[in-house]
Design a protein around this ligand. Structure first.
Ligand code: SF4
Length: 363
């Protein structure tokens, strides 16, 4: 915080305490790349700064119908597993191994869950694991466990080791996924020891990388350490206004991920949660960006889906059943259920400037 302490960061700190937002937390590694960006641009309106530090827009811009928890994480924690597990699908669950992240993303769409968890005393790992394992044993239809959080690679190594060992020896689940942003925030967290552990347990690693300039040499080294242990690497990330909301930025990022043999899974529409307005993009513009990407890049770059995570699961453009342009109300239908989404108003959707977003120059 001290690195960019100013009126905005001070006001944000007060706002975060009052409104239950994540406080500013920036790792040394990320501070370095933000400093490089600020020095190159001569101002703090660049994409990496916006990821890590509050902007004046973050304090003031609100959109109608923002909610604390759009995807209903809190309602999908089964009885006895509050703050431990989220189940929204028949065959997979998400285990909240830790509530801590090395760095805090200003755009985080799980702020509500994390801040609530920070406020409560977490029970110890053995108790939480016992409850998870019992639940999985009682529900053999669950085939996949996603370790998320918080950032699982931020948990003590012993907790990770115990979790993976017990999942593999005491349950019949087939697949384990670990979601992490630490390749970007704290590349040393993907240590040889951790990568070896992931390799032993056949973990799939899903890397959250939102901008091509986050792929520093340290981050690439961490990814190579994981790959050297035979770990399959994937990526997913949200499309964020002022960070990567341009087809050229997405093309650059997806091309670099392809160069590293990282398979992209999904691009996400930013959730309409409280104080998310600085990062949201209207659906019309998002679809135009995806069309641009599709028409002007190779298949290995554009073969990625855009999804909106909702209380009924992930929905796509083709799931839209009605769209009222005047009110911005969009209805999606999936598996017989429907969800109503209020689009981000186009009047507030000020696009990122590609010369700032790609300040090192376009390919
Ligand atoms: S790493 Fe993930 S969970 Fe943690 S603050 Fe960032 S987006 Fe949220």
């Amino acid at each position: 915080v001290t690195l960019f302490a100013n009126t905005t960061t001070r006001l944000y700190t007060q706002l975060a305490q009052r409104e239950g937002l994540l406080p500013i937390r920036v790792t040394k590694h990320y501070q370095t790349i933000v400093q490089e960006e600020v020095a190159a641009l001569g101002h703090d309106r660049g994409p990496l700064f916006k990821v890590a530090y509050p902007t004046p827009e973050r304090l003031m811009l609100r959109a109608p119908d923002e909610v604390p928890d759009f995807v209903a994480d809190q309602q999908n924690m089964p009885e006895g597993l509050q703050d431990i597990m989220i189940r929204k699908y028949r065959n997979r669950v998400l285990f909240l191994l830790t509530d801590r992240c090395a760095g805090h993303c200003m755009y985080c769409f799980r702020q509500d869950v994390l801040v609530n968890q920070h406020a409560r005393t977490s029970s110890d790992i053995s108790d939480r694991l016992n409850r998870l394992i019992t639940y999985l044993q009682e529900h053999p239809e669950i085939q996949e466990v996603i370790l998320s959080g918080g950032d699982p690679t931020n948990a003590p190594f012993a907790d990770l080791d115990l979790t993976l060992s017990r999942l593999r020896t005491e349950t019949s689940i087939k697949d384990i996924r670990v979601h992490t942003r630490n390749a970007v925030y704290a590349p040393q967290a993907l240590s040889d020891r951790t990568c070896r552990l992931f390799g032993q347990h056949n973990v799939r690693l899903v890397l959250h990388i939102v901008h091509p300039y986050e792929l520093t040499s340290e981050t690439v080294d961490a990814i190579e350490r994981a790959k050297s242990r035979g770990i399959r690497c994937y990526s997913q990330f949200p499309v964020l206004r002022g960070v990567n909301d341009h087809a050229s930025v997405l093309a650059e990022l997806l091309t670099r991920l392809d160069d590293l043999a990282i398979r992209p899974l999904s691009l996400f529409v930013a959730d309409p949660i409280n104080y998310s307005a600085p990062f949201r993009v209207s659906l019309h513009r998002l679809f135009a960006i995806m069309d641009d990407l599709n028409w002007h890049t190779s298949a290995w770059v554009n073969s990625v889906r855009l999804v909106l995570d909702t209380p009924i699961g992930k929905v796509r453009r083709e799931d839209i059943t009605s769209w009222d342009s005047d009110s911005g109300v969009v209805v999606f239908r999936r598996d017989g259920a429907q969800v109503i989404y209020r689009d981000f108003p186009e009047s507030l959707d000020d696009p990122g400037d590609v010369d700032i977003l790609l300040w090192k120059g376009q390919r």
